[in-house]
Write a protein that binds this ligand. Structure first.
Ligand SMILES: Cc1cc2nc3c(=O)[nH]c(=O)nc-3n(C[C@H](O)[C@H](O)[C@H](O)COP(=O)(O)OP(=O)(O)OC[C@H]3O[C@@H](n4cnc5c(N)ncnc54)[C@H](O)[C@@H]3O)c2cc1C
Ligand code: SF4
Length: 338
């Protein structure tokens, strides 16, 4: 592991100041020489692997006093970026009103990791593509722009079938982001020019020609929290993986439904494990709205969700699997007793 300097930020301004020192607007966030340190479960891991090489870590944990809240005020939910995954997964009101959030967090990683890891760090976790994580492979456009992609013709069983480009087919590995998308959440960002808020669905960037740029967050900016309007008790997170715990998704679905007299008034659906970014399945949502769910409708929605999917040598199974996960998650959401 390379040497780095460590600085503890006493407040948001001090953190922004420390991060701004070496941040140029054109530098991909992940290449910035100063990086915020939250739980460290992604960042330190990737530094040990020599994939990320920051010169300075700015510890933002002292900001937890204001940035770790879980607030269900007036029927809207606020989640601080420094709240721990375990804290939110176990929160009684979150479990009751937003089961999709609680389950997406509970089904992720391990208890020890969930105790360390924060929500802000979670949405910035990086792909588990083994060619990306192993620097002995020269070909990786995400890690080494312009070098090629070893996964295209390599072992690509875990890779994406949606949102891929000719440059990168790496899967976005997280679970919580799909829940945020299904709930139409906003993400709150703080920078030296002040706070801003945007739709979380616009936060991640598909690889396109620049796979090294993964989100719209710029160097020197911080995530302060997430906001969700309304309560979504009829919401579900379903995750299928190679083993039942401590494993990333092969395919997952986050579903939030608003039912009126058995008819789907509003439907939000996000997919995980199958796409390069947390994937909102708008075509499937359109199929569902104004309808009563039965097996045929669930299958039509699942087909719509994967209409543009492209499988490769080892991952084509994800298309059939993903469709089954979507149909099953929809039926589970409908069957919930609210
Ligand atoms: C073995 C293992 C298994 C895992 N399994 C799963 C799984 O099944 N599902 C899943 O969803 N996740 C899984 N994870 C990922 C884990 O959830 C993330 O590593 C964790 O959530 C990251 O949070 P952190 O606070 O530790 O982030 P850090 O490692 O501290 O930070 C991650 C990145 O985000 C930046 N950052 C952190 N906070 C902020 C902020 N507030 N503003 C701006 N930038 C910030 C850091 O600079 C860094 O670049 C797994 C991880 C491991 C190691
Ligand atoms: S899929 Fe993306 S991350 Fe993996 S080797 Fe190819 S370019 Fe790198």
């Amino acid at each position: 592991m390379r040497s780095f300097s460590y600085q503890r930020a006493s407040d948001p301004q001090a953190a922004l100041q420390a991060l701004a020192v070496t941040a140029a607007a054109t530098t991909p966030l992940t290449e910035a020489s100063s990086q915020p340190l939250a739980g460290g479960t992604t960042l330190i891991d990737l530094m040990k692997l020599d994939v990320m090489r920051p010169e300075r870590l700015v510890d933002i944990n002292p900001l937890a006093g204001n940035w770790a809240q879980v607030d269900l005020d007036g029927g809207n939910l606020k989640l601080g970026a420094l709240a721990h995954m375990s804290q939110v997964a176990g929160h009684a009101e979150v479990r009751q009103n937003y089961p999709v959030i609680a389950d997406s967090l509970k089904l992720a990683a391990s208890p020890q990791l969930r105790n360390m890891a924060t929500l802000g760090g979670n949405v910035l976790q990086r792909t588990r593509c083994s060619y990306f994580r192993d620097v002995s492979y020269a070909e990786c456009n995400k890690r080494n722009p312009g070098s090629g992609c070893a996964a295209m013709d390599g072992f690509n069983r875990m890779h994406a079938v949606l949102g891929t480009s000719h440059q990168c087919i790496a899967t976005y590995p997280g679970d919580f982001a799909q829940a945020l998308i299904a709930l139409d959440a906003a993400i709150e960002i703080t920078s030296k020019s002040g706070p801003r808020s945007m739709s979380f669905a616009e936060f991640h960037r598909a690889p396109g020609d620049t796979p090294a740029i993964e989100t719209v967050l710029a160097p020197g900016e911080l995530i302060s929290g997430f906001a969700i309007d309304g309560r979504w008790p009829r919401s579900v997170y379903l995750k299928v993986r190679d083993r039942q715990s401590y494993e990333f998704a092969l395919a997952s679905a986050a579903v939030a439904l608003d039912l009126q007299n058995g008819v789907i008034n509003d439907a939000r659906l996000a997919l995980g494990g199958v796409a390069t970014v947390p994937w909102r399945a708008r075509e499937a949502e359109a199929v569902l709205k104004g309808q009563k769910l039965d097996d045929a409708l669930a299958e039509r929605a699942a087909d719509a969700a994967f209409a543009d999917a492209r499988g490769r040598q080892h991952n084509a199974f994800k298309i059939a699997l993903g469709k089954r996960v979507v149909a099953h998650a929809l039926k589970k959401a409908i069957a919930m007793e609210i």
